[in-house]
Design a protein around this ligand. Structure first.
Ligand code: URA
Ligand code: SF4
Length: 238
């Protein structure tokens, strides 16, 4: 049997392309360029990677909130979708908006160290995504209506990946996962059961960089070791 041809990439393939002419149903003019995540998923040959592709395609052209107008590109997620560990961050920052992948800037470097040095897993074996798939201008906090507009994408990512453990880094992902509108200091340090899934919350790497104290780093270390206890030693997938 001859291999199936790859789906065609979009014509406007350059990050930084002008907003597309086709305004969305709610009146926004989404920037539509090719999706780094979709290309990565096409290179993985697994059931969850195939199931994620139509979701990544929906995100690529999404115009459900105003962030679609100011993004360079969408940031869907990265890593192995077969992973039993999923890390959830807040939203793309400047570096992520340019590169199309989550956690590739300074905070991303610390997250990589946390995963590789702290947890002893390889970063590419972990699936990483954000609550929002588009960058809030100036890295401001996500607004409630943006979180709601974007909700179904992360819900479907979790549904398809079926991670055994979710590590929510930062206040917004921690509140998104647990549904509890309380401080991150109160959400961390324990295992939450959410729809039969185990969720651990910890501080965001960008917060750790701003508050680089032994105490903060010790707390993050304690939190990630809770995840390792549940998952066992790596590699998570081969
Ligand atoms: N911060 C996040 O929450 N997500 C990213 O992808 C990068 C920085
Ligand atoms: Fe769509 Fe989410 Fe981007 Fe808003 S943040 S445009 S809902 S993908």
């Amino acid at each position: 049997m001859s291999p199936k041809p790859r789906p065609k990439k979009s014509a406007a393939a350059k990050p930084g392309a002008v907003p597309a002419k086709n305004a969305s149903a709610v009146g926004f003019k989404p920037v539509i360029v090719s999706s780094v995540a979709l290309e990565e998923l096409q290179d993985f040959d697994s059931e969850p990677s195939r199931a994620l592709q139509p979701v990544a395609e929906e995100v690529r052209v999404c115009g459900k909130c105003k962030l679609c107008e100011s993004r360079t590109q969408t940031v869907f997620g990265t890593g192995d979708p077969r992973s039993p560990l999923m890390v959830i961050g807040e939203a793309p920052g400047g570096d992520e908006d340019v590169k199309g992948k989550p956690f590739v800037g300074r905070a991303g470097k610390l997250l990589t160290d946390i995963i590789e040095k702290g947890m002893k897993y390889k970063r590419e074996h972990v699936y990483i995504a954000n609550v929002l798939k588009c960058r809030p201008p100036g890295n401001r906090n996500p607004e409630p209506e943006e979180i709601e507009a974007c909700r179904s994408y992360l819900e479907r990512q979790i549904e398809i990946i079926q991670p055994k453990v979710i590590l929510a880094v930062g206040l917004f992902p921690a509140q998104w996962m647990t549904g509890k509108k309380i401080a991150i200091g109160k959400l961390r340090g324990q295992v939450h059961e959410v729809n039969g899934r185990k969720v651990i919350c910890t501080y965001h790497p960008a917060y750790v960089l701003r508050n680089y104290t032994v105490e903060t780093r010790k707390k993050v270390h304690e939190d990630v070791l809770l995840a390792v206890e549940l998952l066992g030693p790596g590699p998570l997938v081969s």
